[in-house]
Design a protein around this ligand. Structure first.
Ligand code: PBG
Length: 334
């Protein structure tokens, strides 16, 4: 039997500090603010175009003009940055993905438009070839379908440079090729972009939670039946994530990211504690979709659940979170 050695009263009453709002606030360890969010958005060709993403209720692909207006709202809510992902039409896809580094490509034009309209809003671009390849892999493949590392890395360097030249504040390689952070950093320095930030998708797992995103950017059909096991990480591994993050930092990354988010907060905690570098995580499309499904069924209450899920990232050690809930959460925090 559990017994106090000082009579019938509990020695310590943990509930005392929980009894009043003022003392709950005084001892609160984490505070969620709109400055913690990065908002991922999908950009589409055309004018006045918006398309709903079936598997991500509430998320739309927007043409540049509408995206700028949407971004204005995000910025006004205090969200520091957005992450841009292109929906590339079939004629922009090829085996070698050269559409990815056209100076007047969709992403490059979107970056310019956003920076012109909202210079204070940080723009993060995705450096990866999957929206541009006919097969949906994040790189250039050989005859057996194997993604070639160094050839792909050279292509990513051109893509990242074209983003920096368009005015991107942060380039974010999400491809998981070896050595690409160092190669991109070197090229940025050589071309006068010493202050372009790199946010590395350093510990990116081969996750089944990316399904809705592949619908959103239109790479789901291309990849069908395939997988990314030869470059994204095995969900069984944790030490390997530290190795990946340490390499990307040594190669010149300014910020590292763990992806997906909620099922991988143990990785965030280890990375944060061992590397002490700016750490981010991505609450990915599948995490968004499962929350939305439960909200639509009336099984969970949206606002408190969204805020709790995002607070958990901070408690685990994140400086910020990429989340499709950024607008809703920022509104709830106003
Ligand atoms: C691809 C990329 C993916 C995501 C971001 N960049 C998908 C993938 O690796 O197949 C997923 C984001 C999400 O699920 O929200 N370079």
């Amino acid at each position: 039997m559990f017994q106090s050695n000082r009579g019938p009263f509990p020695q310590t009453r943990m509930r005392r500090l929980r009894a009043r709002e003022f003392s709950r606030r005084l001892v609160r360890e984490q505070l969620l603010t709109p400055a913690d969010f990065i908002y991922p958005v999908f950009v589409l060709e055309g004018q006045g175009q918006r398309q709903a993403v079936g598997s991500m209720p509430g998320i739309e692909r927007l043409s540049i003009d509408l995206l700028v207006e949407h971004a204005r709202e995000a910025s006004a809510l205090g969200i520091p940055a957005l992450a841009l992902f292109p929906v590339v039409a079939a004629h922009g896809k090829s085996l070698t993905a050269e559409e990815a580094w056209q100076p007047d490509g969709l992403v490059q034009r979107a970056v310019k438009a956003l920076k012109d309209a909202l210079p204070e809003l940080g723009v993060i671009t995705d450096v990866a070839l999957d929206p541009y390849t006919t097969h949906g892999q994040d790189g250039i493949i050989d005859d057996n379908g194997y993604v070639l590392n160094d050839v792909t890395s050279a292509a990513l360097v051109q893509q990242a440079l074209s983003h920096a030249e368009a005015g991107a504040d942060v380039v974010a390689p999400s491809d998981m090729m070896d050595g690409r952070i160092g190669a991109i950093r070197h090229s940025l320095e050589q071309h006068g972009h010493a202050n372009t930030l790199i946010m590395a998708y350093a510990a990116k797992y081969a996750s089944a939670y990316y399904g809705p995103f592949r619908d959103a950017v239109g790479s789901a059909d291309s990849i069908r039946g395939g997988n990314k096991y030869s470059y994204q990480m095995d969900p069984a591994n944790s030490d390997e994530a530290l190795h990946e993050c340490a390499l990307d930092l040594a190669e010149g990354a300014d910020m590292i990211m763990v992806k997906p988010g909620m099922p991988y907060l143990d990785i965030v905690r280890r990375v944060r504690e061992e590397l002490k570098a700016p750490t981010f995580a991505y609450q990915v499309s599948g995490e968004y979709a499962m929350h939305m499904a439960a909200f639509q069924q009336g099984w969970l209450e949206p606002e408190p659940v969204i805020l709790e899920s995002l607070l958990a990232f901070k408690r685990a050690g994140c400086d910020g979170v990429l989340t499709y809930f950024a607008l809703q959460a920022a509104r709830a925090l106003q």
